[in-house]
Design a protein around this ligand. Sequence first.
Ligand code: EPZ
Length: 431
Amino acid sequence: MDKFILRGGEPLLGTVHISGAKNAALPCMAAALLTDQPVILENVPQVRDIQTTRNLLAAMGAEVELGYGRAQHRTSIHCATLNAPEASYELVKTMRASTLVLGPLVARCGHARVSLPGGCAIGARPIDLHIKGLEKLGAKITQEHGYVEASTGRLKGAEIVFDKITVTGTEDLLMAATLAEGETILQNCAREPEVADLAALLNKMGAKIEGAGTPTIRIKGVSKLKGAKHRIIPDRIEAGTFIIAGAMTGGDLNIAGCDPTHLDALLSKLHEVGVKTKCTADSVRVMGDNPFTATDMSTEEHPGFPTDCQAQFMALATQAEGTSIITENIFENRFMHAQELVRMGANIKIEGRRAVVRGKTPLSAAAVLASDLRASASLVLAALVADGETIIDRVYHIDRGYEHIEEKLKGVGAQIRRIGEMFPKKAAAVR
Ligand code: EPZ
C-alpha cells in the first residue's frame, strides 16, 4: 500500500490547478446508461473512483474509453447494448456511489440488480430513499442476498418528497424520471452544484428538467435520450482543500480553475477565522500567515458548509487561537481523522456529533493512518505544518478523489513524496 512521506514547514507558493469534480463526473458517467448513443465527458479527474465507474459500466456491456492526455481528461461512454444491467458487490463495496446506476438501469432496461452498498467509514449510508423514490415511479423492488432487484414496465411520473436531503438520491431519481411517462416533481432535493451539473448534461441529452439546484425539480419524461458532450464542473472540495492548505502553511497560493461561487459557505467561515482571500471569476488566491482565531462550524447541506470539507477545517482549527466547536450534521461517524490529529499533538475532544478543538497547538510529525477520502486530506494538511516528517499510510483513500495530489503539492513547494508498490521504493530524495 502506498504511503506519503511529508516534511512540514514549507509555505505553499504559486498556482495549483483544480481538476474536474469527482462527484459530478460519477453521476454524469451513470447518465450515459440512459441512451444508446455515445456520451462524451471532458475535464474528468484522473482518480480511482472514475476508474471504478469505468469498470462498472464496462461490466454491463458499455464501451468506455478513458483518455488523459494533456488536453483531454475525457471519457467517451457508449451504452449501445447493456447485456448485464447489474452492479456486483465486488465493485459496489469499493465505491458506494455505484448505486447511481440503479435509477438509470431501471429506466433504460426495465430491470436492475445492484448490490446494497453496505456501510463505510463515515456512516451507515443507507439507500432507502433511492428505493422509496423508484417505487413511487412504479418500480417493483425486492432486497435479498445483499442485492436490490428492481423491475418495471415504463416508469410513471410521480410527485416525490425526499424525507431527508440526499445528493445521490436526488441524482438517481432525477435520472430515472427523465425516461418516465409524464411529469415527475421531486421535492426537498439536494442543491449541490453537482446536481445542477448532472441536469445540464441530461438536458443536452434531450431531457426536460427545470429547477435543478433548487429544492424542487420538475422533469417531463421523454421516450428517448440522445448522446451529448459535456464539460464537468471544477471540484469545489479539492479547491477548498487547497485553500485551507495555503492558509495553514502561511503561503501565497493561487487556486486556479475553480468556481468561487460554489465555495460561499466555506470562504465566509474561513474569513471568520482570519484567512485572507482574493477571488476572480475562476480562481481564489489565499495569502499570508496572519494568526487564526477559533470559530464554531456546523456542516449542512449545500449551500451550507460542506461536510466534505469538515475534516480539512478541523485541521485548520487546531492552528486557531481559542476553542472551535465543530458539529457534523450529515454523517454519524465522520470524525475518524480527529484521533490521528490528536496523535500529532492536536487537542480535540469528541462528544457525539460535536468535536471540541482547542488551539493553537503545535503539531509534530507522526506515522498516521488514512481512514477515508476526506480524513486523509486533513492528515496531509496537518503534515504540511507539522514539525518533522509525517508518514501517511493507506493513501489509496486519497487517490479515490484527489488527482495527483502529491504532484500538485510538490509543484507549490511542499516536501512530499509517495512510496509504494506502484512507485519506486526510494523515490527521489525530498528537496
Ligand atoms: C454524496 O454522498 C457525496 N458523494 C458525498 O461525498 C457527500 O459527503 C454527501 O453527498 C453529502 O454531501 C457523491 O456525490 C458520490 P447523501 P451521498 O445521500 O449521496 C442519509 C466524498 O467525500 N441518507 O446526501 O451518499 C445519509 O445516511 C463523498 O466525496 C439516508 O438516510 O450522501 C446521510 O446521513 C463522501 N437514506 C445523509 O442522508 C438515503 O437513501 C446525506 O447523505 C440516502 C441518504
